[in-house]
Ligand binder design. Sequence first.
Ligand code: BGC
Length: 747
Amino acid sequence: MNAEQILKEMTLEEKAAFCSGRDFWHTKAIERLGIPSVMMCDGPHGLRKQEGEGDHLGINKSIETVCYPTAAALASSFDRSVMHRLGEALGQECQAENVAMLLGPGLNIKRSPLCGRNFEYFSEDPFLAGEMGAAYVKALQSRGIAACAKHFACNDQETRRMSGSSDLDERTLFEIYLPAFEAVVRKGRTRSIMCAYNAINGEFCAENRMLLTEILREKWGFDGFVVTDWGAVKGRAKGVASGLDLEMPGGPTATGEEILEAVQGGTLSEADLDKAVLNLLRFVETALEKREDNAAIDRNACRKLARELAGECAVLMKNEGILPLKEGRTVAFIGEFADKPRYQGAGSSHINVPHPVSALETVGDAVIYARGYDAHSDKTDAALLAEAMKAAKEAENVVIFAGLPDAFESEGADREHMRLPDNQNELIAAVAAANPNTVVVLHGGSPMELLWLGQVGALLCMYLGGEQVGPATVDLLYGKVNPSGHLAETWPIRLQDNPSYLNFPGEDGVVTYAEGIFVGYRYYDKKEMPVNFPFGHGLSYTGFAYSNLTVDKEKLTDRETLTVSVDVTNTGAVAGKAAVQLYVRDVKSTVRRPLRELRDFSKVELEPGKTRTVSFTLDKRAFAYYEPKVHDFFVESGEFVVEIGENCRDIRLSTSVQVEGTTVVSFTITETTTIGQLMKHPKGAAFIRQMLQKSDGPSDAAQAEAMGEGSEKIMQSMMFEMPLGSLVSYGRMTSKQLKGLIASLNA
Ligand code: BGC
């Protein structure tokens, strides 16, 4: 087919109708013109293909298939190749199942640990989320399947998820909530974006021209199509004019009447409608071109992959020499999740798995098992507890399988608190008191309060690790796989410590992102707050040393790139993978900035004793913040420190560079502009320097005598605080002269 040609042959009615779906999962066919309908399905960590009745809540049956680790787990791999392998496998499966588009990845920011859908999102850090998302998109699309990055944007909670407004400032939007989407557009070249249900600053995403056209297409160069989240459409004609292409799910009542009337009535231009139709036709065209009719899928190979990936994602958070478990020792597995693991979340991403594999099934009779708690209740069952205590006393090592039950986190409902169920907390505390060799394995999509952290010997977080989480856990516990995951989010001590605490989930359908850019570690680090585990933390059964940090230049402008190299050595006795993290710190800034920010990372596999050099290339964005005055990322000239860390609080090496910003921030000068502000204005700074040279004020010595030690600094800051208008009040010029000066500076 030829999209341009087809567009010319379509009637206005056909065009209007084409902009909504045929049913839950299909675009409309135009039989007269030979355009077939194509299918899209939920992902992102598996294929949720419904053949019977459709729904967007994960209720009705979908095909039996493989569930991979969820995004929360995947991000902890700090490994783009993990995303690549997953994307390719899902692409192959979509080909085999004749699905043209997979609805993922989910790129919303983990702003609060309470968001019910956190398990579907990558990180509190936009760079990490964007890199993982872009790798997934590239791999999926390399198999000819369109990705659909969602939910664009600021859909970071479930409370009022379909109708609320996320209110935030421009800098926060661009610095925290948009970069992951920007990365999948610019680097991943995603063919589709799903606009979110919610509004941003009062304007619904589905009809938000700034978001869907000015930012997405004009700034980032997106050339795919925008689909609504299921049922997110608001004004249909306004949507088209704003850059929304496809309404889903559509169905028999979605005839495009509103669009048709708007074009006929002159409130929507046909050219705008044509753009939307062409974007959609191009999607269908590519889907048909890339279609592989004979593709097949080997689900057993997929299960093997799911097990490997779960092993790459797990984070060993604490280990006081207990893990890996030594051969020949008696081990007790305690907790219902050992038998029935929690491995995915509820809602539209729910995958129909015929047989999830538990840790207990993997080890068989080799361990003592006690159920420990009832996962459907949070009350302690005395009999279950007694049985667990008996097992704990009998065994040399105990592994407790704990975490959030299904009812605690789900699409459509936020968590009420950050705790585990009471019965699990009681069980862990009691068992750990009875057996010092206690390991806790955690399942869940987001941080939990760890009341017993000091009492347990080891802690392994599997997040929601997919259907093979059981065998993957056993591989890690017994050292068959060396843990290499690192936290993609901070684990605070208490919920109250989280920066969004006072503004989550908002009131009356409005949530204000009052913490601004200080999300996750950007906040905890700036405030030097104690946390349970910092962003980027993850242990291994081996150790890594870093050396030879070098940069290819010590001075650069923001138009140049900086190459950074560092050697990493495996200093232990077993092979392992290091997650080398590169952070950048702005030494001095006139705006509020986080202490440091993650700017790149790399996963490196090393045999014992071996060293490898890792290189990174940094560009302007690594040093920039978003400056609303220029509506763009901006580098303030000065010193920056490039740091290599094991996590954001364990920096091993650092070196300094001078970066010169080449963008000039210009702004309108008025009588209330201070001398200090004027120093940042290109013409203003020149004027001040000239004025100071001519200054006939008291001599330095006279000043020092009058004001005492440090007077120079005080004088300077007093002067910097003076508004321009005071040049008149202090008799330096007439008000007419000042007006002339202001006009010439602004010219
Ligand atoms: C969810 C989307 C999902 C869609 C289709 C919506 O409720 O927010 O993530 O892709 O349903 O199931």
